[in-house]
Design a binder for this molecule. Structure first.
Ligand code: TYM
Length: 327
């Protein structure tokens, strides 16, 4: 059976970009594959974080995994710091990759821009991410478009390691959706929707109330043409709204273009509010049932035990190949 691994950082409220780009795929994949879904808390400390916020967001992300439909009987759900092999393999991979290749990572350039003291962890972040993936002999990594470069680097590191030390790692493939892999900010469709943007109206989080998401959608930047059609180059705002609509409703973009022919942006936005509200309300109901129950901690404990068993076998194989004395 093919193996799947993916992770989400507990750095803020999960938004519909995270959901449509990555997490929604997780739910479908668990039906046919052996899936590991991780809350990557070690990644989140590459930038300064409030300890209280990491603590609560870690439990939030784990609860959301369940609330969107990930079934702990089918998939392994766990927290990265509960499995020490991640940090250990991360180090070994740091020693098998080069400053030059890490220097090319656009996410490092973006996140370090303008900051005087950048942590070493932010620079070596892709090594830890490669460790996450390679520890589980992963075949498929479902992610949004912004993680493509990191997965390419992970593949390069794994191929190089295999060439140097002999067959050790499975070479993973990214799985990036054709539509929805890059949801843009509502206030500025030239930027990707992000957890950390200052303007809360730039995003819709999975926890938004109907009033909050209505405000963000009704204020979303469009254009002055007044025609509802998909055109990424000239109509980025409207195209983004159509993508979100299509992803939540299951209707194709061309069906939506037909439905709204001759109508204005107000009509599109009003219906989009309804579609998103309906989808999020069932997720939110389940989330509130889970978040403060004991169930979540038990699931994470079982998940960590299962993940650790798989990860430790790979780590041992790596150490053996590299010449470490094993007991
Ligand atoms: P993170 O926490 O930033 O995002 C989680 C997932 O959401 C996707 N995503 C988006 N998709 C569409 N539109 C957007 N605007 C958008 N913003 C984010 C991301 O691509 C991601 O799939 N480095 C990863 C976490 C990670 C990981 C891993 C992922 C650590 N180890 C191993 C896969 C495999 C990150 O920061 O994701």
């Amino acid at each position: 059976m093919k193996r799947v691994f993916s992770g989400v950082q507990p750095t803020g409220n999960i938004h519909i970009g995270n959901y449509l780009g990555a997490m929604k795929q997780f739910v479908d994949l668990q039906e046919e594959m052996d899936c590991f879904f991780c809350v990557v808390d070690l990644h989140s400390v590459t930038l300064p974080q409030d300890p209280k916020s990491i603590y609560s967001h870690t439990l939030d992300v784990a609860s959301l995994y369940l609330a969107i439909g990930i079934d702990p009987k089918k998939s392994t759900i766990f927290v990265q710091s509960h499995v020490p092999a991640h940090a250990e393999l991360g180090w070994l991979l740091q020693c098998n990759s080069y400053m030059g290749e890490l220097n090319r990572m656009t996410q490092f350039k973006d996140k370090s821009k303008g900051s005087e003291s950048v942590s070493v962890g932010l620079f070596t972040y892709p090594n830890l991410m490669a460790a996450d993936i390679l520890l589980y002999d992963t075949h498929i990594v479902p992610v949004g478009n912004d993680q493509k470069q990191h997965i390419e680097l992970c593949r390069d590191i794994a191929i190089r390691f295999n060439n140097r030390f002999g067959e050790t790692f499975v070479i993973p493939e990214p799985q990036i959706k054709k539509s929805g892999a890059r949801i843009m900010a509502l206030d500025d469709p030239s930027k990707k929707m992000s957890k950390s943007a200052e303007n809360p109206l730039s995003r819709i989080t999975l926890m938004d109330s109907p009033e909050q998401l209505k405000k963000a959608i009704m204020k979303a930047t469009t254009d002055s043409e007044g025609q509802i059609r998909f055109d990424l180059e000239n109509k980025a705002g409207v195209s983004n709204l159509l993508t979100i609509y299509s992803e939540f409703s299951g209707m194709s973009i061309s069906e939506l273009e037909q439905k709204y022919e001759g109508l204005g942006y107000g009509a599109l936005k009003k219906d989009l509010v309804e579609v998103v509200t309906a989808s999020l309300s069932s997720i939110q109901q389940r989330y509130h049932e889970i978040r403060n129950s004991d169930e979540i901690r038990n699931i994470l404990k079982e998940g960590a035990e299962k993940a650790e068993q798989v990860a430790n076998i790979t780590l041992r194989r790596v150490k053996e190949k590299m010449g470490f004395v094993l007991l």
